[in-house]
Write a protein that binds this ligand. Sequence first.
Ligand code: CP
Ligand code: NVA
Length: 305
Amino acid sequence: MRHFLNLTDAGGDAIAAMINDAMDRKAARAGMPKGAADKDAPLAGRTLAMIFEKNSTRTRVSFDMAIRQLGGTSLILDAGTTQLGRGETIADTARVLSRMVDAIMIRTDDHAKIEELAKHADVPVINGLTDYSHPCQIVADLQTVVEHGLALPGSKWAWMGDGNNVLTSIMEAAGLMHFDMVAACPQGFQPEDEAVALGKGRARVVADPREAAAGADIIVTDTWISMGQAGGEAKLKAMMPYQVTAALMAQAKPGAKFLHCLPAHRDEEVTADVIDGPQSLIWDEAENRLHAQKSVLLWCFGKLG
Ligand code: CP
Ligand code: NVA
């Protein structure tokens, strides 16, 4: 059973295959209506169920369109209106859904919940974001930088701000795809040692944003307050020196690119001139959620990697 709970479940070779397949499929369907299926419709007859315990725009729409373009269909479950919302166990939900659908994608809070779902499901389970990680986002990010001409091995990425779920998955990607990841995070908001270890020696955390940005090919950030996290003035104040500004971008390599998984908060984690400027890849990055999520689905169904 191929579950995709973290990038390591697939491994570096399969992720490379996902990136290539995503780019090939994207090119092959250029100009087709977005709702039309790819010519080979490799997942015809398959149904993906998606469970959301948190808000989503990109993950929800990209997976919905992804399964349709692969020839399959989807159903979207708001957890609060299912029996999960009334206390039915995750294990029983996994057993029931496995009898009716071909794969399950879930966005939830505690990562242990998705592990429990995968343990009891007889169909692939995909992580659509937990408090711990966001692997589907990072497949799209990797595709985006490769598409823009950067070779992943040996490239240098710099993260700014909160040591969150997106950072965990980028650090994991650094270890699998052999690039360097320097995260600049304020005291009290650094990633767990376990997340840094996923980088297999290629990920490290520093306090100084300029040190992290120096010579970077990619500067990446995310919201300072993730879904379900406590906010507050103290956190915003601690994060302010890590704001991605034009001056910080100037520390990176000439031609360095900017990534943000979105949704963004202009003039908090990034200034509007950077996120809406020529170095920003955010719209390609958002579009690539669709193409990359098709690759994730194909890998889960054993049709890739
Ligand atoms: N980047 C991302 O996962 O966006 P959504 O929260 O809109 O799904
Ligand atoms: N770190 C953010 C990512 C949103 C896509 C969050 O968890 O809210």
